[in-house]
Structure formats: structure tokens, C-alpha cells
Design a protein around this ligand. Sequence first.
Ligand code: F0G
Length: 481
Amino acid sequence: MPLSATSDRDRDKQGPQPSLPKATFSFRCIGCGSISAAVAQDFRCSQCNNLLEITDPSWKSPSLSAATLKSSWRERRSSNAALDLSGVWRFRELLPVPESEQHVVTLREGNTPLYELPLSSRITGVSRLYAKHQGMNPTGSFKDTGMTVASTFARQAGYQWVACASTGNTSASMAAYAARGGMRSLVLVPEGKISWSKLSQALDYGALTCQLRTDFDGCLRLLQELVRRAPVYQLNSINPFRLEGQKTLAIELLEQLDWQPPDHIIVPGGNLGNSSAIGKALLEMRDIGLILRLPKLSVVQAEGANALVRTLREAEGKRLISVQAETRATAIRIGNPASWEKAVKVIQATGGACEQVSEVEIAQAKAEIGAEGIGCEPASAVTLAGLKKLVRQGFVKPDETVVLVLTGNLLKDPDFTMEFHRGDLFQDTPVHGTPREREDNLLNPLRHPPIVLDATLNAVIQTLERAEKSDPPHPNAESNT
Ligand code: F0G
């Protein structure tokens, strides 16, 4: 079944839709540049098999005045219309839009907070440090911003089944949006390598969930074959509609910063869809005149899943160097990232960096973000760990403004958090290469294991007194007064 950008389905059923602009987008191959109005189910170029991106001449039209866009986006924040309540569709002038508002599947995604990070600011020496917390989305990760757009187009095209390969968050998000949109969902996940928390979301939202005896890369390969054989709509980030929705992270961020671009945006890298989407948004916002200067977009990976780092260092970004991925940050346990070429382009276009961090550095950074009262999942914490390295290298200066993109909620991986605090995180998985003594020196001050006590007032008071004597005051105490 071809996925047409202007499908005929339901066209006759719809009345006038004043709130949506007319769809004028097409698909452009990132390799050979060929443009098409419709795509095949594998979302690959029919000429050269490379990935596609969505392009729309109206995004460059002089009729899109930056000032008008800014004021109508701001105005929509006080509207109660379903499209305006979504932190994605509020920015619909820069998105591919469906034919009718009735196709839109939304859970009021986006609208995520931008937090200051006083503790991490002191640790890194970067005075203006923020976290854009995408873990505050409806299913707890940034995937929702892309899923609302892609599932809308699946519904418009009349699909009954949607499918994805996932390290967990995509499947949770896809299953939720499929359920909201009245579609069935098929999830392919690597057996034993995703958190129960994410898997349980997919189950509750009603997905047909298959745990395959392979890794994420194996699941994705299989999915690509499946969509050529069966009428299922692919919702991985190879689907360019996903990336269009994920662009809104950057648009909303700039709005929150009153359109003053930060110097750096730092994002975790797995399959590399998100970094590509953020970079695309930055370039488009610059072209339209919404921002006058580009932030540097940097990508951070786990050392054990560092395909992009190696691709840039060893092959100058010209060919992908795949790796056998291994990391406790299971969301980014990916060795053969699909969107590597898109990511290379946006890192180079914005002058960003690409770094890798160790397992211990990830665990430490995650606990530090937790100590801010914010928290995130392990994959998100690579951003803070990476920032420390980029500051040491002089790439990020202490007087620059830095935004870390926290991609997933703390509650996404409770096993990691519990094992961290109990001190047995790396017991069975010696993947980090840091000596135990050094690991303990770095991590012990951040560990807060639960204490089992008799249920007496005395026992609790004694524990409180011991903590009062031995623990330092909360590092943020100063800034609270
Ligand atoms: N952070 C989290 C929490 C993720 O779930 C992912 C990817 C990433 C970062 C990396 O983003 O792939 O766009 O570079 N998770 C996917 C999934 C692969 O299946 O949930 P990316």
C-alpha cells in the first residue's frame, strides 16, 4: 500500500477544516536528492534506497513571517482547542499537516519544562545550564512528540496495524498512540535487554509484543523486511513523519528562551533520529528568521554503543562504522544507527561535537540529575556526563548557555536506579572498565540505599541523627535560601 502524502481516504467525509493549513509537503532523499509526493512502506528512496526527509516549500515562503509565527504560537497557549493544547501541533506551520483535524492522534504531548540545573551548574562550572525534560511527555519520553505526527498519518492512510522495533520507549509511545487512534500495534523488542517499565507500558496499551532473541539492530532489520511483506505501517524514526514531530522540541525550547539561541544543545545518540530532528529544526528556524544564530548541536553516546563517535573519528563521517553495542543505558544500546547520515550532517552544519562516556560516568551523571530533584533515565544522563568532557576539552566555555536534552523519565528504568543505590549496578555486567575502587569513590557519595528498620520511633530518630551527623547539607541548600 503506498503511503500518499495526500491520500484520498475520507476526503469526501470531511467538512471544511479552518484550523489546518493546506498540506504541501513532499519527500526528499537525503542521498540523491530526488523528490517524491508518495513513499513506499519502507520509507526509503526508490532510486538509491537512502532515507527520506520531509520538505515543504511553504516553510521557506516569505509569507511565513517570523514575528507572526511567534505571536500566533504564543496566542495558542491560551486556547483550549485540541490542536493548540498539543505542544507539537501548536507549531503546525512547520509540520506536515493531515487533510483533516479528525485524523490527528494526540495525547497533549510536548509542553515539556525547561529547568535550571544549579547543582550540575556548580559541578561543570557552566553558569547557564538548563535541562529540556522530554521525560515529562505523556508516556515518559521524547518519542511522543514524533509519534503524534506519524500515527496521525498512519490513521489518515487507513492502516489497521502499526509496528516498530524498539529499545523500549518507542514501543511504549507507539502502543499508546495506536490505542488512542484505534489502530493495532506490533512491537519487536530485544529479549531481556529492555526495562520492564517500558515493556509493561506497551502491554497495558494493548500492543502485540514480541521479544526477539536478538538485539535492537536485529529487530529493526526484521521490521524493515516485514513492512515490505505485510500491510503494517512502520513507526520507527526511519519514518520521516516522526522526525517532523520531534523538531518541535527545538522550537518549543527556543520559545522558552525568548528566541535567544543557547550556545550548545547536547543530546543522547542512539538510532540518531532525535539529533537529526533537532538539527533539522534549528536549520529551518534559522532559514525562516526565527533565530539569527545556530546553537552547536552535540551528540553523546555510551562508550559501548559508540557507532557515531567512531564514524566521525575513524571515517570522517563518510561511512558508518557499526559496533556490537553493550551498555546499561539500554535505550541507546544500538550499534547500527539508521539515521547516522542525517546526524553527521546536522552536527557538521551546526559545528557541534560528538563524544562518548563510560558506564560509571553515566551512572554518576544520572544520580547528579536525580539530586536536582528532576531525575532521568540512564540514556538521558549521557548529556551531563558528555558536557563535563566537553568543558574539560574547552569546547564548551563556562560563560556559555547550555541545554541538555533529557529524553526519558526517571521512572523508565527503576532497576538501574535501585541497583545503583544498592551498589550492585555493575555486578554482573563488567562493561565499564573502571576499577571498583575508583567506581566506589565516585559513586558512593551519591548512593542512598533504603534502610530497613524496626517500626519504632527510636529507630527512626537514631537514623535521622546519624544522617544529620554524617551527611553534608543538600548541595542545593544554598540556592534555596
Ligand atoms: N534517550 C532515550 C530515553 C531513548 O529511548 C532513545 C532511543 C534515545 C535517547 C536515543 O534517541 O535513537 O533518536 O538517537 N530510543 C529508541 C527506542 C531507539 O526504541 O525507544 P535516538
